[in-house]
Each structure stands twice: as structure tokens, then as C-alpha cells.
Write a protein that binds this ligand. Structure first.
Ligand SMILES: NC(=O)C1=CN([C@@H]2O[C@H](COP(=O)(O)OP(=O)(O)OC[C@H]3O[C@@H](n4cnc5c(N)ncnc54)[C@H](O)[C@@H]3O)[C@@H](O)[C@H]2O)C=CC1
Ligand SMILES: O=C(O)C(=O)Cc1ccc(O)cc1
Length: 323
């Protein structure tokens, strides 16, 4: 993140949790904005945000926050975006850009757009970066470095406003890509939403086993299960809203997943080692391809505290059959 000329004068942040708090820290560290005004619903959170000092000003209401702001970012659970847009709509400054960070894009577009006046630019966004932690203390400035931020502007969006928001996210360290909201929701259903659903399921299943005790599950957790427990510790409100608002795409991907799971189940039942081996060989190649992309675009290390960016060298192809 290099210090640069401000892209916006006044950033208003509605919601100051992991993502809002990280945006504030990164925007300040990069110099992407001149000043930051933040708000949160509860007095306790506002007090904490003031203590943490990542905003220049902490105000009590959403309306006070957006006054005079040329960039407004709504960083709250996706199900709450519509009512917030209705609340702030009449108070937005001429020419302001309004954006969000929601993990689902079509519902946010449908819920927010009708409440926004014609004199503002609405450019929804999704930084594809996060952790299982929530709240203002969880944020950190490097969260977006070398991660994707997907913009899903409506068809008639002002190209200059889209470019300006892309510049903002680039200043925060992200790589920016643009696509339609519906396509975004399909892609994220398989790459993010379904994996979270599987994690929530498997951790619940392990907890309900009769013959294996909870303490045995914890004691003998191998790497895979531990990773699932991290993901299954993610915020319940946020993920409830994601599954409610991306229902169709998630159900479509879940259908595909269940078919593939049935095939593997059959292979295990029949003792079909060849089918299992072929499947695992294909998935290993996919993982190696992801690692290769990660290494090709690896950014300098900014002291990232979280995030599974691959840094280990990719091992040479290996098959235990060759031993
Ligand atoms: N957590 C993650 O890893 C990622 C989350 N996102 C998206 O970012 C958004 C925010 O998530 P986080 O920052 O992780 O959550 P968080 O729980 O850390 O923060 C959410 C903030 O929204 C506020 N809030 C909740 N309901 C509200 C309402 N009805 N009206 C006004 N404010 C309300 C909370 O008080 C809190 O300040 C969500 O839409 C999520 O889908 C996007 C990328 C990654
Ligand atoms: O913590 C993890 O592994 C995540 O996957 C974080 C995350 C959660 C939601 C998003 O929309 C994007 C990233």
C-alpha cells in the first residue's frame, strides 16, 4: 500500500465491523481519502470505534454520517442494506458514490437501488477477503492486499464513477474485477457460500454424534476438521442473510454437489478404488492450479495477519504409487 493522492474527500462508513473497520484502516494508511466519518448502531460500538481511532469522526446516525460524503460504503449484513438505503437516500450529497461490501450482489442491487436518488452513483462491490471474526476490533489494514474486489455496477452506471471506485479499491491493495450481479452470485455460491454451508453442517454433525464424544472430536481434530471449525465460527447473522438472499444460486450448486457426493458414496460402498483415485487426482490438479495462480500474482508481504494466500512452494507432482 503506497501513500497517494486522495481519491475521495469524505468517506462515510455505515457499519464498522470487520470489513468497515478494515476499509477505514486501509483507506487511512493508503491516503485514498481525506477524512473518514463512521457510525454504528450501538453507543458501545461507537465508543469502541472512537477508542480505536480509525475514523476522524464518529457520529450517532446514518443520516449524519452521509452528510457531505462523496463516498458512502454500507458495510452491514446484506439483509439490512435495503432499509439503510431508504433511510439515507434523501440525505445523500449531489454526485456521491454509494457502495456496499455485501457477499451477495443481486439482492443488494434490488433492495438498495429503488431508494437512491438519481443524483448519486450506485456501484455495489464485494471485497472477496475476510475472516471468521467480526466487530471493529477484528479489522486490519492489510485485509484487502492482493485479494479480489468484485464490482457489480448496474448496466447504466456512470463509467467514471465505476473507475473511481475501482481506483479506491486498488489503493487499498485489491485487484478489481467487474461482472454482473447475477454472475457474481453464481460464482460465489460455489466458491464461498457452499463451502461455508458444508462447514456449518459438518461441525454440527460431529457435535451430534452419539458414539464419538465432543471431547474426542476436539482432541483428535485433524487439519481438515479444524479448518471447518474456523469457518463454522463465522458470524451467524451475516451467513443467515447470505443463504436467504442467494437462495437460487446456492440451491443450484447444492444440487450439483449432492450428485457428486452420491457418486463418491457409491464408489466407497462398491470399493471402487479407481473411481476414488481418479477423482482425487483431478481435485489435486485443481488445487495446484489455484496455487500456481496465487504464486504468479503474489504481492509483497504486507505483514498480513490472516488469510490463506499460498506462499509455500508448489511441490513437484508426486504419486505414492511411484514409491
Ligand atoms: N466477514 C467477512 O469475511 C466478509 C464479509 N463481507 C460482507 O460484509 C458485510 C459486513 O460484514 P462484517 O464486517 O464481516 O460484519 P461485522 O459483524 O463485523 O460488522 C457488521 C456491522 O454492521 C452493523 N449492523 C448489523 N446490522 C445492522 C443494521 N440492521 N443496520 C445497521 N448496521 C447494522 C453491526 O453493528 C456491525 O457494525 C456483510 O454484508 C458481509 O456479507 C464481505 C466480505 C468478507
Ligand atoms: O474466512 C474465510 O475463509 C472467508 O471465506 C471469508 C469471507 C467470507 C465472506 C465473503 O464474502 C468473503 C470472504
Amino acid at each position: 500500500m503506497t501513500i497517494q493522492k486522495p481519491i475521495y474527500n469524505r468517506l462515510a462508513l455505515i457499519g464498522t465491523g470487520l470489513i468497515g473497520g478494515s476499509i477505514a484502516r486501509a483507506a487511512r494508511a493508503s491516503g485514498a481519502v481525506k477524512s473518514i466519518v463512521a457510525t454504528a448502531r450501538s453507543p458501545e460500538t461507537r465508543r469502541r470505534v472512537a477508542e480505536l481511532g480509525f475514523a476522524d469522526q464518529v457520529v450517532e446516525t446514518n443520516i449524519a454520517a452521509v452528510e457531505g460524503a462523496d463516498l458512502v460504503i454500507v458495510s452491514i449484513p446484506v439483509g439490512a442494506c435495503g432499509p439503510v438505503a431508504a433511510e439515507i437516500g434523501p440525505y445523500l450529497a449531489q454526485g456521491a458514490t454509494v457502495s456496499d461490501v455485501g457477499s451477495v450482489k443481486k439482492s443488494v442491487l434490488d433492495d438498495m437501488a429503488p431508494h437512491l436518488p438519481p443524483h448519486v452513483h450506485f456501484v455495489p462491490a464485494h471485497p472477496v477477503a475476510g475472516t471468521e471474526n467480526s466487530g471493529p476490533d477484528a479489522g486490519f489494514a492489510e485485509l484487502f492486499v492482493n485479494r479480489w474486489c468484485i464490482l457489480t455496477p448496474p448496466e447504466d452506471a456512470d463509467a467514471k464513477a465505476v473507475e473511481r471506485l475501482a481506483d479506491f479499491w486498488t489503493a487499498l491493495g485489491a485487484n478489481v474485477e467487474t461482472m454482473t450481479a447475477s454472475h457474481h452470485d453464481l460464482v460465489l455460491a460455489i466458491t464461498s457460500h457452499l463451502p461455508h454451508l458444508i462447514a456449518y453442517t459438518i461441525v454440527g454433525t460431529a457435535n451430534e454424534l452419539g458414539e464419538v464424544t465432543e471431547s474426542e472430536v476436539l482432541k483428535f481434530s485433524a487439519g481438515g476438521f479444524r479448518d471447518f471449525t474456523r469457518i463454522a465460527a463465522s458470524d451467524p447473522t451475516m451467513w443467515r442473510d447470505i443463504f436467504l438472499t442467494n437462495k437460487n444460486a446456492v440451491l443450484e450448486m447444492l444440487g450439483e454437489f449432492q450428485e457428486d457426493l452420491s457418486q463418491l458414496t457409491r464408489a466407497i460402498r462398491r470399493g471402487d478404488g479407481e473411481a476414488l483415485f481418479d477423482h482425487f487426482t483431478r481435485t489435486r490438479a485443481i488445487r495446484r492450479g489455484i496455487l500456481q495462480i496465487g504464486q504468479d500474482s503474489a504481492a509483497p508481504d504486507f505483514g498480513r495477519a490472516h488469510g490463506p494466500l499460498p506462499t509455500a512452494p508448489i511441490p513437484a507432482p508426486y504419486s505414492s504409487d511411484a514409491d
